[in-house]
Design a protein around this ligand. Sequence first.
Ligand code: TYD
Length: 427
Amino acid sequence: MRKAVIFDLDGTLTRSEEGIWNCVRHAADRMGFPQPDADTLRKFVGPPLMYSFQTYMGMSEEQARAAVTAYRERYTRVGLFENRVYPGIRRLLRTLRREGWYIGIATGKPQDSSERIIEHFGLARYFDRIVGPDGVTNRSEKDWLIRHALPECYDEAWMVGDRCFDIEGGRSVGIHTVGVGYGYGSEEELRAAGCEAWVPTVDALIELLCPGAERPRGAFLSIEGLDGSGKSTQIGLLTDALDRWGFEVVHSREPGGCPIAEKIRSVILDTENVGMTAETEALLYAASRAQHVRQVIRPVIASGRVLLCDRYVDSSVAYQGGGRQLGVERVLDINAPAVDGTLPLATVYLDITHQESLRRRLAASAPDRIELEGDSFHARVEQAYRELIARDPGRFVVVDATRTPEEIGQAAAAEVIRRLVKEEEHG
Ligand code: TYD
């Protein structure tokens, strides 16, 4: 049975308001019109621009035409990429593909812009056809677009959209229609347009189209570095970048990440435990990791989301193997049953020297027991990290962490996203 689904783009697959609003503001400026308020801006997402400039901003047809030109000029340069993929959409597309669906897009956004957005976010391989106004015929009626986005033959077809235009278009073509509640149209608008089903979330949409489907695998990422390397800032920036791409990020940390492991964490980091031997420390880290891997990391990966962990087994190798001088091999051996083959797809290493780490630690307040270690300890930690990176260069994403946080963030995100998209291609 050949199943087909046609998606609207703005408000259904991607959240494009940032770019759209910036471009409407730009067009209003160019046309000498007052800046539209938030309510007016919101209405611009979805309907054809000519219609919106005339209806919502009171422009004449001629003014609207000039406004559209000003809008497009900025849009094709920058506005296009001021965009976000809704969380869960990547998982939806992977699930549909796996179940053999034909997938198309019917959008009021010009065809070439739509293709560039889909390409930009590494989603092109999911779509059989993308149809938007092509600049020649310039047809933008939704039913025409949907008809052209559909395959020649199908047994069952759905139109998925967030505005009444999508539902009306789907109905006039004679296919099933579903309205989505996370976009720009209200439930009331979609129901009044006669949608056959309405879903509040992407998860509900997956359940409607592919009931009971097995979830595609998510991914595991970790971030490492000497104390003071700026992990917290970079976790925030990386999360934002991944979120923009529609990856569903879950945070965790080691030692800790779940109640039992957090209890072990407090024992390890307690400044009163001065008598703790290096072996005890290494085994406690491994014990907390064994719990965390099974209770958090693996379930998150199985749920199709991306687990981003603040430190993982590399920290043990660096701090206990290098810093405490237990040796790299010994610490890897201790951790083998804890990790049990669960290794990150990518590990971001924030690269600073131990001298820089010391300088930054001295500037910070209330160091914990491990941070209180002398500089030779951190020199050995740095050395062990370097050894790990040399052993497994394919897993590490090494970034120079002495640059500005934004530069570091961009470098790390670009490479991590490249790997995540590549991983998706394998199923
Ligand atoms: P963390 O919570 O990352 O502290 P910070 O945010 O200050 O970097 O880690 C706490 C300390 O635990 C840190 O100094 C590194 C150390 N550590 C190990 O020694 N071995 C390990 O296996 C892990 C995960 C952390």
